[in-house]
Design a protein around this ligand. Structure first.
Ligand code: NZQ
Ligand code: ZN
Length: 385
């Protein structure tokens, strides 16, 4: 196993009706800014619950943080926080609102051009305004991690940063808050969390026995509940399991002490930046091709995945690997998520431009072994046509 440091200070408050407990977790004398996305949190009553829990406190609101949150919108929130001397943030929404809040938290007191937070991948961040979250969409794990992905609309760049200063102080996870999710977002969440596990698991053997078994447990659970979630939307138990699985998929635990890939995510971010395809949908396109192109480097783990996750025991090694990748693809498709670029009418003539974007962002040596060069990324995209 590799050396590692594990740190995760986020308090999780999980279960039905837990939004009311915000009163205990937001400091009494805080000057609070509630941040949210479009209309969903208002429509499904989440904002009403939040406001009720914080009645009598000093509270302002900032809405309109759209999916794939933009630097341009977030900087307006930064200005409002500075003007009103607010000192505690509360994100109410999915990954986009939480990621946006992380960026805002880091930008408020940042000396210099805040875009550097992204270009330095977070290395320049030395403090952040404290914040909590009320999660409404299980998918990204942002509610219990220190990562954030921000888009600059003007230049169509989508970059990530991470910093120990942007762990949420707490996250309220009430599964009933997810009941209003459109099926599209439920399916997206299943695929995103599935691929988060894969990025930390399907690399090369590193002797992380518990990490592997945890990862396989999360994958098996997603395979079990994914189709049921999209068919039977009102089950509390399914929703509760989904919410906790998505959090566990990217809160640092399964990735400690083992190699991590993330090449699929990096290429996916370029697809979102250029074509506005939902984050999870970009992963469903890239992952199967990535596994096919990288099958030699990933051979041992692909065989383990085939056996332990898909229960494939018959046939030659190559047949088992092919079958495991085909099953992964079929799983995504069964949730209504396409696995080909052609589903978005993206053709071979677009690939050069995507690879140029990767190059511009320095994404020239990706993967657990830095072997995913621009040439390999090109091949992965071609294989996904
Ligand atoms: O804007 P509103 O009206 O709130 O609607 C949202 C949005 O349109 C809606 N929604 C959220 N909760 C709802 C709901 N609709 C009905 N009922 C509810 N309870 O869902 C839509 C999508 O929301 P968004 O927050 O964009 O989705 P998601 O949670 O999938 O977040 C995606 C973003 O997270 C980044 C992605 O790149 C993308 O920008 N990621 C963040 C990561 C992290 N911080 O660790 C890791 C991920 O790999 C990912 O890159
Ligand atoms: Zn993701």
């Amino acid at each position: 196993m590799q050396n590692f440091e594990f740190y995760n200070p986020t308090r999780i408050i999980f279960g039905k009706g837990t939004t009311a407990s915000l009163a205990e977790h937001v400091p009494v004398d805080a000057r609070v800014l509630i941040l949210y996305g479009g209309a969903s949190a208002e429509k499904n009553g989440t904002l009403a619950e939040v406001r009720a829990a914080l009645q009598g406190r000093t509270v302002r609101e900032f809405g309109g943080i759209a999916p794939n949150p933009t630097y341009e919108t977030l900087m307006r929130a930064v200005a409002a926080i500075r003007a009103d001397k607010l000192d505690f943030l509360l994100a109410v929404g999915g990954g986009s609102v939480i990621d946006g809040t992380k960026f805002i938290a880091a930008a408020v007191d940042y000396e210099g051009d805040p875009w550097e937070i992204l270009t330095s991948s977070g290395a320049n961040v030395t403090r952040a305004v404290p914040f909590g979250t009320v999660l409404t969409l299980p998918a990204t794990g942002s509610e219990m991690n220190s990562f954030s992905v921000i888009t600059r609309a003007q230049t169509r760049e989508k970059l990530a940063f991470g910093s120990p200063y942007v762990f949420p102080r707490f996250s309220v996870l009430d599964p009933t808050r997810t009941c209003s999710l459109p099926l599209r977002q439920v399916a997206n969440g299943v695929v995103d969390s599935f691929v988060h596990v894969i990025e930390q698991y399907l690399t090369y053997p590193a002797g992380g026995m518990a990490q592997d078994r945890f990862a396989e447990g999360l994958l098996l659970s997603l395979i079990e509940i994914g189709p049921r979630l999209v068919a039977q939307t009102d089950s509390y138990d399914l929703r509760a399991n989904f919410m906790w699985i998505a959090t566990l998929a990217l809160n640092g635990l399964i990735g400690a002490g083992v190699p991590q890939d993330w090449a699929t995510h990096v290429i996916g971010h370029e697809l979102t930046a250029r074509y506005d395809i939902d984050h999870a949908r970009t992963l469903a396109i890239v992952l199967p091709s990535m596994l096919r192109v990288r099958r030699e480097a990933k051979r041992d783990k692909l065989l383990q995945y085939a056996q332990r996750v898909w229960n494939l025991h018959a046939g030659s090694e190559d047949e088992r690997i092919d079958a495991a990748i085909a099953k992964t693809e079929a799983f995504f498709e069964s949730l209504g998520i396409p696995t080909r670029l052609s589903a978005y009418t993206i053709g071979a003539d677009e690939i050069d431009a995507l690879v140029t974007q990767l190059e511009a962002h320095g994404m020239t040596a990706l993967g657990e072994d830095q072997a995913v060069t621009l040439d390999i990324s090109h091949r992965v995209l071609e294989a996904a046509l």
